[in-house]
Each structure stands twice: as structure tokens, then as C-alpha cells.
Design a protein around this ligand. Structure first.
Ligand SMILES: C[S@@+](CC[C@H](N)C(=O)[O-])C[C@H]1O[C@@H](n2cnc3c(N)ncnc32)[C@H](O)[C@@H]1O
Length: 266
């Protein structure tokens, strides 16, 4: 799988956020109200990638998740669901998890992620169902795809969401449609609109990476207010000034940034 040089940073951010998330849910779980923790990796890949930075094999999100879970004790069942629409990725992932990592308890799905989220059932007692949906496509999601995510999240309010996508190409899609007089909101949502649309109360963002032309934007949304920020990994709440500045960086085009700067001098 061909990947961008930013992928190593994405994996570090993912691992930090995941461990942070697991530790917060575990703390809630010590009070005994969690029925299960469900991890839904919608675009899971084959479990590894070759980094262009060192030409070495690095772990993909399903392996990072498995190792984080194996390294700790959780007083509730953990249910991992790994989905990818490419059959070959799922086959490779199964071998990797079972034989290389020695991780055995998981379910595999081989379909489009919308069908996966629409069909997966996690149980009846929705208040006891915790977890995380991870969305790591190569591209921005369309409104139709976001609608599926929103519908899933509205069914499971205690399942949080992590999202990683290239903000530059989203801005390009929106810009191209605006120029042609097309109503882009029928097809794509801006980042701010996406956050409102997905319906989570609290959001965290990874600060921009210098020199990242694709502007990979990493977000975590929850209805639960985790404490503070995770500064070591440059992750901060959108309630902080730094968080709001980061969101603007990802949401505004250069032209919009320039106009804003000019207005501030008037
Ligand atoms: C960026 S990679 C995921 C990387 C993975 N999170 C990791 O850390 O290694 C995106 C993956 O999504 C899969 N994919 C692309 N479109 C999809 C779709 N509509 N539904 C499900 N999987 C899809 C691709 O086959 C690819 O394996």
C-alpha cells in the first residue's frame, strides 16, 4: 500500500488518542457500568504499511489496537470489528493478527464501510455500549457517507468517533463547486459543518504538521468531556484558542485566511 510521509505521524496520533480513549473508558468502567467496548475500524487496511521515511514495515491501526488491548486489563468485554472493502487486505490482516500478533478475538468484514455501519448490531442495552469508530479513508467523506456515520452514532451515543482526512482536497472540492455555482453542501460539508453534523458535543484536534501540503486533519469527537488536552502529541480541545486556530487552518482556504487577516487590520 502506497502511503504519504505523514502516515507515521498519523499512526502516532492514532495510538496516543486510542490509548487515551481506552484509559478514560476504563476509568468509567471501574464504576461497573460498561457492558462492552466496541472498536469499529471502518477502513482497516491490511495491518501494516511500508513507510517512505525509512522503507521499513510499520504497524497499521488494527495491529496498534490489538497490541494496546493485549497490554492492559479491561474489566469489560472488548469487541473489535475490522472492515475493509478489499478482500486481499482482510485476508492479509487475519493472518497477521492471528499468527504474528497472536490476537484471536475479533470479527472481520469485507464490504463498503456504509454497508458495514448500517448492518452491524452491537446489542440492545445502548446505554452500556461504549467504544470508538475509526474512519481513516484516503480521501474526504461525502455528505452521503457522513450521513451513514451520523446515523450510526445517533444509535450509539456512547461510541466516539475518530476521523482522519486530507483537508486540502476537501477545500478543493468545495471551491470547485462554488466556482461553478453548484450548491456544494449537497455533496460535501466543510469541516465546521461536519463537526456539527456528526452531533458529538466535544471535539479534539491534532495541531497542523509543518510542511503537510495535504493538511491531514485528525479529529476525535465524544459526548463525554475528557480532561484537558494531550499536549505531548499535539492534540487539543476545540475549546482552546490553539484548537480553534487549528480548525481554522484546516477549514479556511488561503484566500479566506488572507481576507480574514486583511479585515483584522481595518
Ligand atoms: C488509508 S487506508 C487505512 C489504513 C489503516 N487505518 C492503517 O492504519 O493501516 C484505507 C483503506 O480503506 C479501504 N477502503 C477504501 N474505500 C473503502 C470503502 N468505501 N469501504 C471500506 N474500505 C474502504 C482501502 O482498501 C484501504 O485499505
Amino acid at each position: 500500500m502506497k502511503v504519504s510521509p505523514i502516515t507515521d505521524t498519523k499512526q502516532e496520533t492514532f495510538e496516543a488518542c486510542l490509548r487515551w480513549h481506552l484509559s478514560v473508558v476504563k476509568a468509567i468502567g471501574s464504576r461497573g457500568i460498561i457492558g462492552s467496548y466496541n472498536y469499529l475500524d471502518c477502513f482497516c487496511g491490511e495491518g501494516h504499511y511500508i513507510s517512505p521515511n525509512d522503507n521499513k514495515e510499520h504497524e497499521g491501526s488494527p495491529v496498534i489496537f490489538s497490541k494496546a488491548v493485549m497490554a492492559d486489563y479491561f474489566p469489560f468485554p472488548i469487541n473489535p470489528y475490522f472492515n475493509d472493502k478489499k478482500q486481499e487486505h482482510i485476508t492479509q490482516l487475519e493472518t497477521r493478527l492471528r499468527f504474528d500478533v497472536d490476537f484471536q478475538e475479533f470479527e472481520l468484514f469485507n464490504m463498503d464501510f456504509q454497508d458495514f455501519l448500517n448492518s452491524v448490531h452491537l446489542g440492545r442495552d445502548k446505554k452500556a455500549i461504549y467504544g470508538l469508530v475509526y474512519l481513516d479513508p484516503y480521501k474526504q467523506l461525502t455528505l452521503d457517507e457522513l450521513a451513514t456515520v451520523r446515523s450510526f452514532l445517533s444509535r450509539y451515543s456512547r461510541i466516539d468517533v475518530m476521523l482522519n482526512f486530507p483537508a486540502t482536497s476537501l477545500k478543493r472540492c468545495i471551491g470547485a463547486r462554488e466556482k461553478s455555482g453548484y450548491n456544494y453542501s449537497d455533496e460535501y460539508l466543510s469541516i465546521d459543518a461536519t463537526l456539527d453534523y456528526l452531533g458529538k458535543k466535544h471535539w479534539w484536534i491534532r495541531l497542523p504538521i509543518q510542511g503537510d501540503k495535504s493538511q491531514w486533519c485528525f479529529l476525535l469527537g465524544s459526548n463525554y468531556e475528557f480532561n484537558g488536552a494531550y499536549r505531548k502529541f499535539n492534540i487539543t480541545s476545540l475549546k482552546t484558542e490553539k484548537g480553534r486556530e487549528a480548525l481554522e487552518h484546516f477549514a479556511l482556504t488561503n484566500e479566506q485566511k488572507q481576507n480574514k487577516l486583511q479585515r483584522s487590520f481595518l
